[in-house]
Design a protein around this ligand. Structure first.
Ligand code: SF4
Length: 358
């Protein structure tokens, strides 16, 4: 896979575009004829982050960690249990009526994982692209609508002649290009890309990632890029948030996070990525066991049953997010309140005192 180089964001003023504060989504589990709620799946459990204008924030983690749910709740495709979401100075989007939400739907679009099931097989590409243009009154005539649709196809590497064709006439990669064109049709500022390449052949993945990066620069877009493939996340993201069982455990700029992960879960995830050089030997911390049941997550730190570094407070107390320079880490190892409780035997992670310097 040949990727293009990431554009430099050096010197760009950080202007918050999307702010997510303490987002929670619990799915009720109902039983019996009356549908009594007997429990909840805690898919998202207090997630907070900011995406700046022109930035790509990668959201990564094992499947079932809640990353896809975060994107859908932000767009109100799923209703949140609680939390706050602000887009470019808006009121809390989670409190708006469907009508009040409409202008923000135009500004925030989604690209789905499966380009085939997200396109209506009975609509031509032209109809798929022109529908949102008509709904949001973005063209004044049929001629202008057609011109805009042709331009959208051109942006994503397809041609005007494709407007009259149906989704089944395209390859997977081409269908994802159509999905991207549809998202762009309403001139969004933020795109939530939900595993946009994981259903594609490896040979096509690089082309779609490069296309997304080109479009970001050309149109000044920002992305929330949701994916489990860490090499893809590393390539496209300016910053990365790692999720585990409904919570963000580490959030940092991409290269510092990949070169020196701080959270034990981030370290284990990165060490599980295969190294293409057979002569490179790494000291691995293996991720043992499965992700626990989100209906009944472990007490304290959700990662404690799988963590090689767990110590006294880990199964009792939720770790708070500790700022370390530009990053935040939710782990008791870095919490100065627990310094004295860290056993000597687990200190092959840099001790918290050293970390606070960088
Ligand atoms: Fe491991 Fe404890 Fe840190 Fe959780 S808080 S990651 S269990 S050391």
């Amino acid at each position: 896979m040949i990727y293009r180089k990431k554009g430099s964001r050096g010197g760009v003023k950080k202007e918050p575009l999307l702010q997510v504060i303490d987002l929670v989504k619990h799915f009720p589990i109902r039983k019996g004829v009356f549908g009594k709620v007997v429990n909840h799946v805690k898919a998202v459990d207090g997630v907070s982050f900011t995406i700046h204008r022109g930035e790509t924030l990668g959201l990564a983690g094992e499947s079932g960690c809640g990353k896809t749910t975060v994107g859908r709740v932000i767009l109100r495709l799923l209703e949140a249990t609680r939390g706050e979401v602000y887009f470019n100075g808006s009121p809390n989007l989670l409190t708006l009526s469907q009508k009040e939400m409409r202008p923000y739907r135009k500004k925030m679009q989604i690209i789905f994982q499966d380009p085939y099931s997200s396109l209506n097989p009975r609509l031509t590409v032209g109809s798929t692209l022109s529908e949102p243009i008509k709904v949001f009154k973005l063209a004044s005539s049929r001629e202008e609508t057609r011109r805009r649709c042709a331009e959208l196809l051109n942006w994503v590497g397809l041609e005007e002649q494709h407007l009259s064709r149906y989704p089944h006439e395209f390859s997977g990669g081409q269908r994802q290009r159509i999905g991207i064109a549809r998202a762009l049709s309403v001139q969004p500022e933020l795109i939530i890309a939900d595993e946009p390449v994981s259903a594609l052949d490896v040979s096509i993945q690089g082309q779609i990632i490069n296309l997304l990066m080109d479009l970001k620069e050309r149109l000044g877009l920002s992305y929330l890029f949701v994916a489990h493939d860490l090499s893809v996340v590393r390539h496209i993201s300016d910053r990365v948030a790692i999720m585990y069982l409904g919570r963000i455990v580490e959030l940092a700029e991409t290269e510092p996070l990949f070169q020196a992960p701080k959270h034990p879960y981030t370290r284990a995830l990165l060490e599980a990525v295969p190294v293409p050089d057979p002569f490179t030997k790494k000291k691995r911390i293996l991720l043992e066991g499965d992700v626990p049941d989100p209906i009944d997550p472990p007490s304290g730190c959700h990662f404690h049953p799988r963590c090689h570094y767990r110590f006294d407070p880990c199964d009792k107390e939720d770790p708070r997010l500790i700022p370390i320079g530009e990053r935040t880490v939710a782990c008791h190892l870095y919490d100065p309140r627990h310094n004295s409780a860290i056993p000597e035997t687990i200190l092959d992670v840099p001790p918290p005192a050293k970390l606070s310097a960088g």
